[in-house]
Design a protein around this ligand. Structure first.
Ligand code: NAP
Length: 550
């Protein structure tokens, strides 16, 4: 670990709490971990947070690649738990850059005095539930041990990078980078021949920026993605002031949206609209930019025919934006729109009109190997000074399974999830008492605005812990029946959507050997919250409470 942009170094790797026993251990100091710490402190618990990075920020700490910015409007991609915080912070652009979001999270850490309970530069490696004591025994990579009643994984959904597993990478004599673990110092592409592998959100944001600097950029595309113009711009001061005055109203309205976002969901299905009305709706969302395309028709994610209307519209835009018809066709997806995360871009398609950019289709010819001077695919060699791997993440389950977590009877989480993840509400796991996952598999998480989703989880978990402690039976565990019923419901809802029909990271298709199943909950944020609230109101239905079940 080197020096970070914030000047923190591995000297921070010290036990901030110093205690061998605490009430709660939280893993991760990103959006989720910071708020969880704040909330648990509010309950009077002693808390130790461990963070792998040398600073706060989680995803916004690691993803420093060129062009990195959020795809949710900054005014809604922010905490709402503190009105003072949301009133005092000033976003500068419609879609905040990575450095601006990181500054925001650093401000939150300072404002709520959170750093004193966070040990940076430390990876939690093992956690085992001691049934006799009713405590989690947790080990970190500095050899330390700590025990806690509650163990909370705030490790995010996209924090385990999909490591490049290409033959020959160790022989490559140039520089290579992964978008999800970008260096803190500026990487220069000036005068360089650059190859980028991948065309997901990270690549789509970085390609125009790298192309503007590099001598030549070659893009290796396995499957094209749908991307919509972001229409980023500085925030208008008058509009921003009006938003700050109506924060409460706007945020509560967003809770009625399936993605917990401020964009409007069209109440009409595609079929209920005339051809002209459909076109107008599509055009206006394309012009508006952002992720509003998700709400273009009420049934766009459920009905393949409605989805086709939207996909043909985007393909027509690609044909209009890309000069070379062959390149336009290669860039045109034919999958369902939305079953892979829709991307947002600034000048992505126009970048392929530049003379210094080449698109290479590798859909039928995987990368054979990385060579000393570049890479080989389709029997052809390409020479590069720099290779960028924009190949994504082992999403949702990766961050949880890379910690050796053992529950009752020594059962590992890995074994329990051998056929795919099973949780109750994406928050709790049968056989793993007092373990909570924030944005775990089977929660809406990645299909929603992450910050309100995280706040909902954190508050629900804090209330649940308060309830268990107040009951005098602090050990709380999901029952097998509750988990089975939640997973059955989760699968049934997913089967009625377009999500199973795409090779996306939502279904684990990007990681060889990963069990294929839709991981996020597709029933929408409002339905999900209703269910969570009902579980709590019914005395944490589906959970058992005990003193410690030895
Ligand atoms: P990604 O969406 O998983 O894209 C990875 C890309 O790498 C895909 O094009 C994939 O091709 C390709 N790839 C993977 N393995 C490959 C291999 N062995 N050979 C060739 N190509 C390979 O990852 P990402 O772009 O990092 O984005 C992940 C998620 O992070 C996004 O969906 C989004 O939720 C989030 N994100 C958000 C923002 C934002 O807020 N603006 C920005 C970046 C990321 P296939 O499609 O064929 O698998």
């Amino acid at each position: 670990m080197g020096t970070t942009a914030t000047g923190e170094t591995t000297k921070n790797r010290r036990r901030t709490n110093g205690a061998p026993e605490v009430d709660a251990v939280v893993v991760g100091a990103g959006v989720a971990g910071l708020y969880m710490l704040h909330r648990l402190r509010g309950l009077g618990l002693s808390v130790q947070v461990f963070e792998r990075g040398d600073g706060v920020g989680g995803t916004w700490y690691w993803n420093r690649y060129p062009g990195a910015r959020c795809d949710t409007d900054s005014v809604e991609y922010s905490y709402e738990f503190s009105d003072e915080l949301q009133q005092e912070w000033r976003w500068s652009e419609r879609f905040a850059t990575q450095p601006e979001i990181l500054r925001y999270l650093e401000h939150v850490a300072d404002r709520f005095d959170l750093r004193r309970d966070i040990q940076f530069g430390t990876t939690v490696t093992e956690a085992a539930f001691d049934e006799a004591a009713g405590r989690w025994r947790i080990a970190t990579d500095d050899g330390a041990r700590i025990s806690a009643t509650y163990f909370i994984m705030a490790t995010g959904c996209l924090s385990a990078v999909n490591r490049p597993a290409f033959d020959g990478l160790d022989r490559f004599e140039g520089e290579w980078y992964h978008t999800g673990a970008w260096p803190h110092d500026k990487v220069s592409f000036a005068g360089k021949r650059v190859g980028i592998i991948g065309t997901g959100s990270s690549a789509i944001q970085s390609i125009p920026v790298i192309a503007a600097e590099a001598e030549h950029l070659t893009v290796f595309q396995r499957q094209p993605n749908y991307t919509i113009p972001a229409r980023n711009a500085p925030l208008d001061p008058a509009e921003y002031a009006a938003i700050r005055e109506q924060y409460d109203e706007l945020r509560s309205r967003a809770k009625e949206n399936p993605a917990a976002c401020w964009w409007e969901l069209n109440p009409a299905t595609a079929e209920e609209l005339s051809e002209d009305e459909r076109r107008q709706e599509l055009e206006s969302r394309w012009e508006l930019g952002g992720l509003a395309m998700y709400g273009v028709f009420n049934d766009v994610l459920a009905n393949p025919a409605a989805n086709d209307v939207a996909t043909e519209f985007v393909r027509s835009k690609i044909r209009a934006l890309v000069d070379d018809p062959h390149v336009a066709e290669l860039l045109s997806p034919h999958s369902f729109i939305g079953c892979k995360r829709i991307c947002l871009d600034t000048d992505y398609y126009a970048t392929f009109n530049r003379p210094n950019v080449t698109l290479v289709d590798i859909s039928d010819a995987p990368i054979e190997e990385i060579t000393r001077t570049g890479l080989r695919t389709g029997g052809k060699e390409y020479e590069f000074d720099t290779i960028v791997f924009a190949i994504g993440f082992d999403a949702m389950t990766g961050p949880l399974l890379r910690v050796d977590i053992r529950g009752r009877d020594g059962q590992t989480l890995k074994a329990k999830w051998a056929d795919g993840p099973r949780t109750y509400l994406g928050i709790a796991i049968e056989g793993f008492p007092n373990l909570f996952t924030i944005s775990g598999p089977s929660s809406p998480s990645v299909l929603t605005n992450m910050i309100p989703s995280i706040e909902q989880h954190v508050e629900w978990i804090a209330d649940c812990i308060a309830h268990a402690r107040a009951s005098g039976r602090p050990c709380i565990e999901a029952t097998r029946q509750a988990e089975d019923e939640w997973i059955a419901h989760h699968d049934e809802v997913a089967a009625g959507t377009v999500f199973p029909g795409c090779n996306s990271w939502y279904v684990g298709a990007n990681i060889p050997g990963k069990p294929r199943r839709v991981m996020p909950y597709t029933g929408g944020f409002p339905e999900y919250v209703k269910k969570c609230d009902a579980v709590a109101a019914n005395g944490y239905e589906g959970f058992t409470l005990s003193v410690a079940r030895a």
